[in-house]
Each structure stands twice: as C-alpha cells, then as structure tokens.
Design a protein around this ligand. Structure first.
Ligand code: 26Q
Length: 763
C-alpha cells in the first residue's frame, strides 16, 4: 500500500505537515493516478457503450475518487494525523465547469454507475476551457464571468489520439483529453473522452467578459459551453461545436472497434451509442459518411448499421428547446453530413409519404434533430414515466404511431456515491450502523423503514440534520458572507432559473409570508428560504426573476419586524459543490414546476435521499416519488399535467383571471411597491410585473393559492418533530429506486445489452 507520505516525499521532499493544501492536492492526484492505472478496463469485452453528451457536470473529483477507490478513510486519517484536512484540500480543487444543469449532471451520475456496474462504456464530449460562466451578483443582478477552471494540476490527461475534422471551408485537428472514471469498490475504470483544440486561445476574450469573436472558429471552438438551458439559440458556433464533437467521437468509435476486431460491416456488434438529447445527433450522418468514404460501405448498408447502434434520450417537451438547424448552416459547417441528411430525409418521405409531421427537413428548410434521431435510432426514451407518456400521447404521437416498439421509459436516477456517501458522510455512517453497509452496493434502504417509530433513530437523524445545517452556515459565511440561522427551517429551491420551474411563484409566497409576519403572525420556528441557480444570459425574464428575488431579500433583511423570523438567500454561482452543502441541510425540497413541463428533475431525488420532505406538483419524477412514499409523506398541490396540457391545447389560460383575485393581486403588485422600486431596477421590475400579470405563459398564478396553503400546512406540520421525522425516514427508506445504478441496469437490459460484471442491485 503506497501511502500518501511517499507521494509527498517524491514530489516535494518534505513531510505532509509542512505542505500547503495545493501541494497535497497534487500529491493525492498522483496517488489516485497510480491506483487508477491498476484498474480493469474491460479490454477483453467485444461490445462497448459510448455515452455521447455535450455536457458532463462531474463536480469536484478528489474525495469522490478516493471514495470510489475505497481509500477515503485511509488517506483522510493519514492527513488528520498530520494536522491536515481533506475538506480543506478539496477547496483547492476547481469544479469542472462542463455542464448547464440536469442533463449534464445526469450524464455524470450515469458514467459513475456504468463503471460501478462493470459495463464497458466511455463518455464522449468536449473539453470547454471556460465551461459555463461563473455567476456573480452585482447591484442585485446576475453578471456572467468566465470560469477558468483548468489548472496545471487537474484530472485531465492528454491522450495521443488526434483526428482531422473537415468543416466546409477548413479542417482542424483535435486533441483528446481523458478523465478517468472510477467504479465504486469494483476495480473498474472507464473514461470521459473530451475533445479539444490546441489552437483555442483565451486571448480573444475581452477582459472579464464573455464577449468574444464568434466568427473565429479555430480560436474559440471549445472556449465556452453554451449557457442556454432550453432556450434555443441558433448560433452557428453551436453547430460547429456539435459537429466537432461527433466527428471526433465517430472516428474514435470506429477506430476502437477495428482495434477490437471489427471489419466495420459489423460495427453494431462492437459499439452502441446513447445520445444525450439531440446535441450529439449529427453522429448519425457522420457515422454514415465515414463508413462510405473511409471504409467503402454502400449508403444503404451504412444506414442499416447505424440504425442498429444509435439510441436517443429525450429530456424536454418544451418546443423551443427542440433543436432545428437551418440546412444552410449545416451546408456551411458540414456539407457532406448535410448531404447525407437530405438523403435520409428522402428515405423518410418514401416510407411515409404525405406525413409532414415526421419529415426531417421542414418547409422552412430546417433539419429537426429529434425527428432524425427517432427515424435512424433504434430506441427513444423519456426520463420519467409521466414524461415518456406525454411523449407517446402528445408531443411525439406521430412517431409513436409508426414506431411504437422504439419507445420506452427510463426514469432518471442519481449516484449514491456523490449524493449521500460523499455529501452526507454522517448520515451514510449512521445508516451503516443501523442497517449494515449493503445499501452502499445495492442501493436498498428499505431496512430503515423498520425504525420509523424508534425515538432514538428520530433523535439521531435530527442531530445529523442539525450538523449539516451548521456546515452549510459556515460555508455560506465563508463563500458569500451571509449568515443563516442553523435553528431555522431550511427550505430550498435550487435549479436553473426558468419560468416553467416557477421560482417566481416561490418569490410570491415569500411576499405573502412577509405580509403575514408584518401583521403579527410570527412563525414558531424561523424560516430560511434559499434559492440558487443560473439564468441563461439571453433569457431576460429569468434574469428579472433573479433581480426581483435579490431585491426582495434585501427588503426583508432591512426590516427589523421580519428579519428574525424570515430570511431569503440567493446562493451565488450555484453548482455541484454548492449542492453538496445545501442538499444535506434541507428540510423542504421545492419541486414546483408547472405540471407537464419538468421532464424528470433529479434534485428531487437528492433531497429525498438526504432527508428533506418534498413540496411538489405532480410533474416529472415527483409522480413516482409520491407513489413510493405515499400521499401522507409528501406535499402535493396544483393542477394535474393533463389539465395543463388541455389548457395549452385550448389556449384557455388568462392571467387576468388570477391576477385580479383578492389574495393574489397584492402579492404581484408588491413587485412595484415603493420599497422595491427604490432598491431595484425599475425597468426589470416593471417588465416582470407586466409579464406575470398579463401573460404568465408558464402559469405561476394558476397554482399560487394552493401553493401558499400547502406551504403553510407544511410549516405547521414541521412543529410535530416526531411525525415529521417519521416521514423523513419513509422518504430515505424509499429512495433506493432512484439510484442511477437501477436506471443504468435498465438501460443495459432494455437498450444496450452489454456484459455487466456487477448486478448487485435490488429491484
Ligand atoms: C439547445 C440548443 C442550443 C443551445 C443549448 C441548448 C440546450 C442546452 C442544454 C438545451 C437543453 C439543455 C439542457 C436540458 C436539461 O438539462 N434538461 C433536464 O434534463 C434533466 C435530466 O434528464 C431532467 O431531469 C430535467 O427535467 C430536464 O429539464
């Protein structure tokens, strides 16, 4: 057993206690690299999975890698013995900024589970130098600044492989970086394969901003991750990024298959590609192109091969988030692939004449990436049961009518390594004592259900929650200079800012509570409401919502009648690291999207696992959470998904019907109160007020009264600590289903059909 000491001596020639945290970080990187080299890489397996994704929101890796290698305690003890702490050292690590939100985090949970289950499978994506922007608050507004996350000592390892990517007017040669993905205690290793360009230059970023010359592809291709979550952006650069990712990925897939014995005619026996939304959908024409030009395969045969190897996951029903690229742009970026898309569209038109809804290229000359993925993939799945049903019955009904056998559901999951073992070690250790440690490998937490009425278990769980609140308090103090009350109820909504997720509805509740406290209704326990999330830079209303909440929180802070009882915090730069502090401290998990709009949600699962109770609409995976924990252990409000689908179909929502109600109008109008206008930006506040009262496209007002009543009931119920904790236990005990190990097991059984060395999963 090589101890950390020897790595420290080798690198710095001094004892551990004399090293800086940055030096120790480097030494642990070396130790993990050595241990990783010895792991099994499945070289003997014929077929391999490639999970193609424009985003991998992996979070910090230091403690996660030590945990998965099974040496966390060993290294931690060695550090403690020398007066050092792993937590402090991890502060020296930058969080890789390679994703926007849910879709990117899901990809990270998936590669962890794929490796832990012993499946031969790599992630394929891009190495964005600045990734997603860092969010800074200035004058109560979001400012986006470049996040230079890559440092000299990082988990990125340069690989010798390089491919030529031919664009319409020029070619570029890629550089490949790998990040090892380590399986939990199973001696397995896969990799993230992140393509990059040596010519990319940060010099073209104007000082401190994210404005840059978007026309200079060679220098900016992998500079940034598009900061758009569901807001369609037609930028040409996005298409260049996508084509660069898939052309490299397709060349890698073919080269590795040949190395394993493929003659390319049998490529589908050697590789399966799962595409994470349509961002990598150009891999379909690109594989066909490569088979024809480099391997002498005929078009029809190439189409057949691809149809047996590509599977597509859909993450949204928001029409504006479905990618439609103008053929003129594709002709410029990748003319040969564009030509193949036209041929694929002709085949569709021959097979389904006069069926306009299933065409790839529409009457405006735009290629629908989802349509192409469904025709030329063999599987299409949604990410929660309700979402998959909506795809079949409404959004993609025309496709379900012609390909019912391709449709399936894979309810999302989260990796328990990061979302309990790493972020909530006290709870993980206590579970070991109480129910044994099998849950760490089979995700089965149901033995905990036997302790629902055990007072000592109740007390201990509350003590753990309190410790986590103290830790969050300390972190918020250091990182943002805000002080929260560790004895308060902690009520959290953290996710990208979007009107359909309805952060504005929670803000209207805050206004209600502010009025109520001012009129003398003092809550028994103080309340802390925490928001966190980034807004796409071009999404004006989302930025207005952030502004409104920050201004509101200032008003509350300044009001001595209220500030002892209610505090509103907007966490700056919400990311995976922040989530790991916030989620274990939460009592209440806000999952309040307009029913039918949130495909799944995965934060909902993380909160449940960490002992928060959920306040939710029957949307996405909330439906399945409710089914498992039972109605008495979750707080549900609002219109049903089918009602909302009908309201959209009939265009029958009128914001005025709600705005003018007695309980609602004063809350919305507070946005334009003198205090708000004095502290805030009048243009932003007026625009938001007008939007909510006149349009309210995502219907924040339709559920507002029920939301307020349900929240009040929840806060009242919190006061009965034993009954509350009984519900908490039921939630943790039922969380096993939402392990991404279960999800990946299903992907493998139903879609990929690969060898799986570890089946330690309870169904
Ligand atoms: C599209 C075109 C141009 C630029 C950017 C984009 C873009 C980028 C990111 C479109 C969508 C995304 C991300 C979507 C996303 O995160 N969806 C979430 O996926 C989660 C995992 O399945 C679900 O749990 C969430 O419900 C869903 O919102």
């Amino acid at each position: 057993m090589a101890k950390l000491e020897s790595y420290v001596t080798k690198a710095f020639n001094k004892p551990i206690r004399e090293c800086s945290d940055a030096e120790l970080y480097k030494a642990i990187l070396d130790l993990v690299a050595d241990r990783s080299d010895g792991l099994n890489t499945h070289h003997n397996q014929k077929k391999k999975l490639y999970y193609f994704s424009a985003e991998f929101l992996i979070g910090k890796l230091l403690s996660n890698n030590l945990l998965n290698l099974g040496i966390y305690d060993e290294v931690n003890n060695e550090l403690i013995a020398n007066g050092k702490s792993l937590m402090a050292i991890e502060e020296a690590e930058n969080e890789p900024s390679l994703g926007n939100g849910g879709l990117g985090r899901l990809a990270a949970c998936f590669v962890d589970s794929i490796t832990t289950l012993g499946i031969n499978g790599d992630g394929v994506g891009l190495n964005y130098h600045f990734g997603l922007f860092r969010q800074v608050f200035k004058d109560n507004n979001q400012k986006a600044v470049p996040d230079a996350w890559i440092t000299e000592n990082s988990w990125l390892k340069k690989n010798k492989k390089s491919y030529e990517v031919k664009f319409g007017r020029f070619s570029l040669n890629s550089t490949l970086y790998d990040i090892n993905v380590l399986g939990y205690k199973h001696n397995k290793r896969n990799r993230l394969r992140l393509f990059d360009l040596d010519s990319v230059s940060s010099d073209i970023i104007e000082e401190g901003t994210i404005h840059f010359d978007k026309g200079n592809i060679e220098e900016n291709l992998t500079l940034f991750l598009y900061p758009d979550d569901s807001d369609h952006s037609g930028e040409l650069l996005r298409i260049y990024q996508q084509y660069f990712m898939v052309s490299n990925g397709a060349q890698l897939v073919i080269e590795e298959a040949i190395e394993r014995g493929s003659n390319v005619h049998d490529l589908d026996e050697y590789a399966v590609i799962q595409i994470n939304d349509t961002h990598p959908a150009l891999v379909i024409p690109e594989l066909i192109r490569l088979m024809i030009t480099d391997h002498g395969i005929k078009f029809d045969e190439a189409v057949g091969i691809v149809r047996r190897m590509v599977a597509y996951t859909n993450h949204t029903i928001l029409a504006e988030a479905l990618e439609k690229w103008p053929m003129s742009d594709l002709d410029l970026v990748c003319p040969d692939a564009a030509h193949i898309i036209r041929r694929l569209d002709e085949l569709v038109q021959n097979d389904f004449p006069n069926n306009n809804a299933v065409k790839i290229i529409d009457e405006h000359g735009r290629a629908h990436m989802a349509n192409m993925s469904i025709h030329y993939g063999y599987s299409i799945n949604g990410v929660a049961r309700l979402h998959s049903d909506i795809l079949k019955n409404t959004e993609l009904k025309h496709f379900y009518d012609i390909y019912p056998e391709k449709f399936n559901n894979k309810t999302n999951g989260i990796t328990f390594r990061r979302w309990i073992m790493d972020c909530n070690p006290e709870l993980a250790t206590y579970l070991d004592q109480l129910i044994g440690s099998e849950w760490r490998t089979n995700s089965d937490l149901t033995p905990l259900l036997d302790y629902q009425d055990d007072i000592s278990v109740n007390t201990k769980l509350r003590a753990i929650k309190f410790t986590n609140k103290q830790r969050l308090k300390a972190w918020l103090d250091v990182h943002q200079g805000v002080e929260i009350d560790e004895h308060s109820i902690i009520d959290i909504q953290i996710k990208r800012i979007h009107e359909y997720k309805r952060q504005q509805m929670l803000a209207l509740y805050v206004i209600h509570k502010y009025f109520s406290i001012k009129s003398g209704n003092i809550p028994k326990t103080p309340i802390t409401i925490i928001f966190g999330g980034k807004a796409a830079s071009a999404y004006t209303i989302a930025r207005d919502i952030i502004h409104m909440i920050l201004t509101l929180s200032q008003i509350i802070d300044n009001d001595p009648d209220v500030n002892k009882h209610l505090k509103v915090v907007f966490v700056e730069n919400y990311n995976v690291t922040a989530a790991q502090y916030l989620i274990p401290a939460a009592d209440i998990s806000e999952q309040i999207s307009l029913a039918s709009k949130e495909a799944s949600g995965t934060g909902n699962m993380k909160f449940m696992l960490n002992g928060a109770l959920t306040l939710c609409t029957l949307d996405g995976a909330n439906v399945e959470i409710a089914e498992r924990v039972g109605r008495e252990n979750i707080y549900i409000f609002g219109k049903q998904s089918s009602e909302i689908v009908d309201i959209y179909a009939n265009n029958s929502y009128n914001a005025h019907d709600y705005y003018y109600r007695e309980r609602i109008k004063p809350l919305v109008d507070f946005i334009l109160s003198p205090g708000m206008l004095y502290l805030g930006d009048e243009e932003r506040l007026r625009r938001l007020h007008s939007d909510i009262s006149n349009k309210d496209y995502f219907m924040a007002l339709i559920d507002l009264e029920e939301f307020i009543d349900t929240k009040e009931k929840m806060y009242a119920d919190y006061e009965d600590h034993d009954r509350w904790t009984r519900r908490v236990i039921k939630n943790i005990g039922e969380a096993g289903y939402f392990s991404s190990d279960r999800t990946i097991n299903e992907y493998n059984e139903d879609i990929w059909h690969l060898e799986q060395e570890n089946k330690a999963i309870k169904k």
